[in-house]
Structure formats: structure tokens, C-alpha cells
Design a protein around this ligand. Structure first.
Ligand code: HEC
Length: 260
């Protein structure tokens, strides 16, 4: 040790104080120089962030409704990939996918500085590290998207189930195509005059349910008795129509509505 070495022993000065100086060769010791700066920056950020959050409280979403049985719980978006990952391990054993594999993945990430000791910073010089990171990012995005897509399908199925458990015989799956079909048929005009007030002029539904795509789930033969009977007390018998001919033409037209 030369006389200029800042790490030399100075009697009465604790070790960490002695090292609080740049090394002779221009490098900085990790502890305490580097770490102290990081800590200060982190603490300032945290204090600022806390103040900001305290003075700008954000409502987290609609209040929980214990009476809503159609509610499908789903984790927040940043946990969706883990949530989706669990789904690929059906069965009662959740220790492996729920604890062991995620913990191994986290440990691997923590040990990256020891695992990837390459001096080069160029991504292409470190194929293993780069490939693992790309794979990790890709899997996270893909699993999140998968989870969200499946959740949307579940919500859709829940809505369909809720409306059919409502007593609707032909619950339609809300189609994406909106255009009415065969509007030159006489039933179209009868529908607009007698039924559109409750089912919407474009079959979009208002008081009554949506009827777009009803031709996919019901024939005129099946529709006729249902419409004739009506739904007490919400829909009068025949939807207000009493002429069997008019009823026949309106269900003939409805059966043509095969929007997807
Ligand atoms: C006063 C409002 C009203 C009128 C007018 C009315 N409906 Fe309805 N309709 C309803 C309601 C409400 C329901 C759902 C009843 C329920 O949820 O139990 C319904 C249900 C239906 C259904 C069953 C839908 C399904 O998904 O199973 C069909 C079909 C239907 N109506 C056809 C007609 C036709 C055709 C007319 C005209 C001739 C008509 N409705 C007129 C209110 C109305």
C-alpha cells in the first residue's frame, strides 16, 4: 500500500469513512460511494412519490358488490402473466407452478450479475443473456395478452349465462355485425311498428333484449310460440300483435337475422 492509497489505515477513522474517497486509479468503490448515492436518490424519490400519492389519492375502481354473482375475479394487470402461467398446470398441485418455478425465476434474475460475467456490454456478444431476457419479455407480454383475452371471453359467457338464466329462451351472443338483413320483407315493417320500441329499431335492444343474430339460435317455428305467449309482465302476448298473419311475418323476418 502506497502512502496515497485512500484505503490505508488512518487511526481512529472507521473503515467505511476511510473508503469514502475515489480510489487512486480513478475507480470508485461500490461501498459506500456508489451505494450511498443510490440510496439518497432512492430516498428522495420515495419521499416525493409518497407525498404525491398522499395528495392525489386515486380511486381503485368500482366498489366491491357482494351481491353480484356474475363477477369474475382477475388479478391486476401486472400479475396477469403469473395468473395465466398457473392455468397451464391444472390440478390441485400449485406448489410447483405457484411457488417453486416463480421463485427460481426470481432467484435467477437476482443472480444475473454473477451468472453473466461478460465484460462486453453489446447485446450480440452476450447471446445467452440477451436471449433469456428477450424470451422473458416475450413470455410476459404473451401470457398477459392471453390472460386478458380469456377473461374477456369469460365475461361474455357470464353475460350470456346471466341473460339466459333470466328466462330468455334464445339468449343471443352479441354479434359484431350490426346490419339488419332482408329489410324488404313485410315482417320488417311490422317489427318497426310493434316491437322496435322495446327491442330497438336496429334490434340493439333497450327495454327488451338485443335480438341481432337471433336467427342463429332460433327458427321462425321456434320463435312463433314464444313471441305469441310474450313475457309476463315485461312483454305483452304477441308483443302487442294479435293478428296471427302479422305474427308469422314478424318471426319469419326475425329468423332471417343471422348477424355474426
Ligand atoms: C313492451 C316492450 C316489448 C315489446 C313491445 C316487445 N317485446 Fe319482446 N321482449 C321484451 C322483453 C322485456 C323481453 C325479455 C323478457 C325477459 O327478460 O323475461 C322480450 C323478449 C323477447 C324475445 C326473446 C328474446 C331472447 O333472447 O330469448 C323475443 C324473440 C321477442 N321479445 C320478440 C318480440 C317481437 C317479435 C315483438 C313485436 C311483435 C316484441 N318482442 C315486442 C319486451 C318487449
Amino acid at each position: 500500500m502506497s502512502a496515497e492509497d485512500p484505503r490505508q489505515k488512518i487511526p481512529g477513522v472507521p473503515r467505511h469513512r476511510r473508503e469514502f474517497k475515489a480510489l487512486a486509479d480513478g475507480r470508485e468503490p461500490f461501498f459506500p460511494n456508489f451505494l450511498l448515492k443510490e440510496w439518497i436518490a432512492g430516498a428522495v424519490f420515495l419521499a416525493g412519490f409518497m407525498l404525491w400519492v398522499i395528495y392525489n389519492p386515486v380511486i381503485l375502481g368500482p366498489k366491491a358488490d357482494p351481491t353480484d354473482t356474475t363477477f369474475i375475479p382477475v388479478p391486476d394487470w401486472y400479475f396477469l402473466f403469473l395468473f395465466q402461467f398457473l392455468k397451464y398446470f391444472p390440478g390441485p398441485d400449485i406448489i410447483l407452478p405457484g411457488v417453486v418455478i416463480p421463485v427460481i425465476a426470481i432467484l435467477l434474475m437476482m443472480f444475473v450479475p454473477w451468472l453473466d460475467r461478460s465484460k462486453s456490454r453489446r447485446p450480440f456478444r452476450r447471446p445467452l443473456a440477451t436471449a433469456s431476457m428477450m424470451l422473458f419479455i416475450f413470455m410476459s407480454i404473451w401470457l398477459t395478452a392471453e390472460a386478458w383475452g380469456q377473461h374477456e371471453v369469460e365475461i361474455g359467457a357470464g353475460v350470456a349465462q346471466a341473460s339466459s338464466s333470466n328466462g330468455l329462451p334464445f339468449a343471443v351472443q352479441h354479434p359484431t355485425s350490426k346490419a339488419l338483413l332482408n329489410t324488404s320483407m313485410p315482417g320488417y315493417t311490422i317489427f318497426q311498428q310493434n316491437c322496435a320500441g322495446c327491442h330497438g329499431s336496429q334490434l340493439e335492444g333497450s327495454v327488451g333484449p338485443e335480438l341481432r343474430g337471433i336467427g342463429n339460435v332460433a327458427t321462425a317455428q321456434q320463435l312463433l310460440p314464444v313471441v305469441t305467449k310474450g313475457f309476463s309482465p315485461m312483454m305483452p302476448p304477441g308483443g302487442g300483435l294479435s293478428d296471427p298473419k302479422q305474427l308469422q311475418s314478424v318471426v319469419d323476418w326475425l329468423a332471417q337475422q343471422k348477424q355474426h
